[in-house]
Ligand binder design. Sequence first.
Ligand SMILES: [Zn+2]
Length: 141
Amino acid sequence: MAKESTKPYEVVKTDDEWRTMLTAEQYRVLRKHGTESPFKNEYNANKAAGIYQCAGCALPLFSSEHKYDSHTGWPSFWKPISETALGKQTDRNVLFQTRTEVHCARCGGHQGHAFDDGPPPTGLRYCINSAALKFVPGKTA
Ligand SMILES: [Zn+2]
């Protein structure tokens, strides 16, 4: 038996499986680290109460209670819904700055980036792609 520890995430699918189950935009963002257009995205201006799940595996990632308007054009949160929801890695693809990439802890789907210019109490700004999220209106925790 192959050891499970060789699989980095709880939810693992082949590239073809992801391509089949996701929209083209979701696939581009979640699996190819794409970035959607600012402002012209689904959840930037969404102020409804509810939970934002990972569009890849439905893990709850963010709550509307922690969403704020960062004026960047992307849905922004000052913290994730739980400490274990997101994984982080340093993004070294950017020439002049180091960014913290954030992804779903369960399926590895790319969500966006975390910056340290957010509001109190955390001072963090999670800049997230709408395409990586599925909003479920209703309860917020
Ligand atoms: Zn996920």
